[in-house]
Design a protein around this ligand. Structure first.
Ligand SMILES: Cc1cc2nc3c(=O)[nH]c(=O)nc-3n(C[C@H](O)[C@H](O)[C@H](O)COP(=O)(O)OP(=O)(O)OC[C@H]3O[C@@H](n4cnc5c(N)ncnc54)[C@H](O)[C@@H]3O)c2cc1C
Length: 290
């Protein structure tokens, strides 16, 4: 199919992008990597009157580290983030997750901001940002605001972004050495959207777990921390893996799995339990064995 007619603008400054967004709001769409937007146009799932191509705006793809924060520009391509030494050194779990995002060709063009704006419930980056306690920085002609990732995702393909806002960057606190994060997903073929995945982190001090974060993707309609299950892990000694079994049992009530077109709720719950057990055992063992 061919897209409906649209106008096209390729501004070279951020100010021009924001002015166009302000003028056209819901009638405009930002074109970043085009990996989802272009198929949506072709299928006429989306028919904006104006495409605002942000590929000529400088610095939107910058990746920087200061003492305690990793900052990734919204137009950073998945492969750019995956291959960034700064990312590998500071938050290696992002690389673990990005290897599962689509295929090489899609990762060459697809961007972090596009993935976050899209908010596909099975996407890796939104779940990572919630688990890593990132802030999503948005800007418009009204100013810049920072939204915790845990408040940004609101439902299937639904976020807190306003029609006149551009996602500018994400800011991720760099976890210190007391944290271990791990990522695992289950998909039918490598590169397919995951059936389910989990980003999991524990913080340990003196042999005991002092903090825990668990965020699923592909299970519920948007990524969120599962507090009841995290609490079941906090306080346990690393030698007591029975806490993991108790946490796994709690998933039956803590998760809101719904029957989907492809998989029934009971199967999603089964996947979630497998993922949790796998990631928690791995994280416990990495702390114990170094
Ligand atoms: C075959 C295939 C397989 C895929 N598999 C996976 C997978 O396994 N896991 C996964 O996570 N993703 C997957 N994707 C999605 C892909 O990785 C991209 O992240 C996603 O398509 C977004 O693409 P993009 O960055 O090119 O954004 P675009 O397609 O350009 O835009 C997507 C949406 O985000 C909006 N947008 C883009 N940038 C911004 C911004 N800075 N601020 C505000 N709004 C913005 C656009 O207006 C549009 O609505 C797959 C895609 C394809 C085509």
């Amino acid at each position: 199919m061919k897209p409906a007619k649209f106008a096209y603008a390729k501004p070279i400054t951020l100010g021009e992008v924001l002015t166009l967004l302000d003028e056209h709001r819901d009638d405009a769409a930002i074109l970043s990597g085009g990996q989802t937007l272009v198929p949506m146009l072709n299928l006429r799932v989306a028919s904006p009157q104006l495409l605002i191509d942000i590929n000529a705006v400088p610095d939107l793809d910058a990746i920087t580290v200061n003492d305690s924060t990793l900052s990734i520009g919204s137009r950073a391509r998945h492969n750019q983030v995956l291959r960034s030494e700064a990312v590998q050194r500071s938050i290696p779990v992002l690389g673990q997750a990005l290897r599962h995002v689509a295929h090489e060709a899609v990762r060459n063009r697809g961007t972090l901001g596009g993935s976050l704006a899209l908010a596909d419930p099975a996407a890796e980056m939104p779940a990572c940002m919630v688990c890593l306690d990132a802030d999503i920085v948005l800007c418009s002609n009204d100013g810049t605001r920072s939204v915790p990732a845990s408040d940004f995702f609101r439902g299937i393909y639904d976020t807190d972004r306003q029609p006149n806002e551009l996602i500018l960057r994400v800011e991720i606190p760099i976890p210190d050495a007391s944290w271990r994060f791990t990522f695992h997903e289950i998909s039918r073929r490598h590169g397919d959207f995951a059936m389910a995945g989990l980003v999991f982190g524990i913080r340990c001090q003196e042999g005991a777990v002092t903090d825990c974060r668990a965020v699923f993707m592909g299970i519920e309609s948007f990524p969120r921390r599962i507090a009841e299950v995290e609490s079941a892990i906090v306080g346990t000694q690393l030698s007591r893996t029975d806490a993991i079994d108790r946490a796994v049992a709690l998933l039956s009530t803590a998760l809101e799995c719904e029957d989907g077109e492809e998989y029934p709720a009971a199967y999603k719950l089964h996947l979630a339990k497998q993922l949790f057990s796998h990631c928690a055992v791995k994280a416990f063992s990495e702390f114990t064995h170094g």
